[in-house]
Design a protein around this ligand. Structure first.
Ligand SMILES: [Fe+2]
Length: 291
């Protein structure tokens, strides 16, 4: 039997997990228990759990349902860092608006993200979460009627960042040279593994709602964002060094308040799953203050 136990971090999503032994391979009961908990709760938090990149990658693949018959053969990437210290660190400064990674991509869907706190000074900027499953389930009937069977256009540009930042010049603008143009996705998006419906629009990359005027689209998106990002629905992970968190990138959206380059060190080692088949070149960064 698996020895793990868990406690809820909020009514709708998130669990802190206790008792995980970070060994490879995990036994079948532990894998089954972790997969069930992950699909039910969307976010698993392991406090003070030192682990290496191989275990981090191994668990990332397991939790999206992939079997890993030969863990030694996993491709691992030790230098995928979110950091205000490391020279190659991603998102080195700024506030990040709510998003799911690569919602703008029609071909490289990211199902899962994990972060391990490699170097964390205090006070550390938290990572914030909301549940897009709960966001859909709790949509008021009148709002749901307006978006059911509608589609959203996903992309990114600085004008949308500017609009959504509402005057906050700390917001970090990330742009990727992927060759992909506008992507159309259903606003009620069916999760490919759990079958749950996700409210699939985000502050960072949803441009507009298809078939509406710009004014109508902005008004409807504002109403959806007010609902999805209501402060009583947010969950903050307050970082300590050695924390490991892993979440469903489709069910949940994440964001963070501002990070500054000369603030406390904040280096988080990241994985995404499935492991990307093709590397996307690192983004270009600008802040709205400069851009
Ligand atoms: Fe992200």
């Amino acid at each position: 039997m698996s020895a793990i136990t868990a406690r809820d971090l909020s009514p709708a999503f998130g669990s802190e997990v206790f008792g995980l032994e970070t060994c490879i391979p995990l036994d079948d009961d532990t894998i089954a228990a972790l997969r069930k908990l992950f699909d039910e709760r969307g976010l698993l938090v392991f406090r003070n759990t030192p682990l290496d990149i191989r275990f981090q990658t191994y668990l990332s693949e397991l939790l999206i349902g992939n079997d890993v018959p030969d863990p030694d053969a996993l491709t691992v990437k030790d230098n995928f860092l979110i950091s205000n210290r490391e020279p190659t660190g991603a998102a080195p400064y700024g506030r990040l608006l709510y998003h799911s990674d690569q919602m703008w991509s029609g071909k490289d869907r990211v199902d899962l993200i994990s972060l391990y706190g490699r170097e964390v000074g205090q006070p550390a900027t938290p990572t914030m979460f909301v549940s897009a499953v709960e966001g859909w389930d709790s949509l008021p009937a009148a709002l749901r009627a307006k978006v059911e069977n509608r589609f959203a256009i996903q992309h990114y540009d600085s004008e949308v960042y500017r609009k959504r930042a509402a005057g906050d010049t700390d917001v970090l603008v990330s742009t990727y040279d992927t060759g992909e143009d506008f992507v159309t996705t259903p606003i009620g998006f069916t999760h490919p593994r759990t079958g749950k419906i996700i409210l699939y629009v985000c502050q960072q990359t949803t441009q507009r709602i298809e078939g509406l005027s710009e004014e109508e689209s902005d008004r409807l998106l504002d109403a959806l964002f007010d609902h999805l990002y209501a402060s009583d629905k947010e969950l903050a992970h307050h970082w300590q060094e050695g924390d490991f968190i892993i979440w469903d990138n489709l069910s949940l959206q994440h964001a963070r308040p501002n990070v500054v380059l000369d603030g406390p060190p904040r280096t988080l080692r990241k994985t995404i799953a499935p492991f990307p088949k093709s590397a996307i070149a690192g983004p270009k960064y600008a802040s709205l203050a400069k851009g």
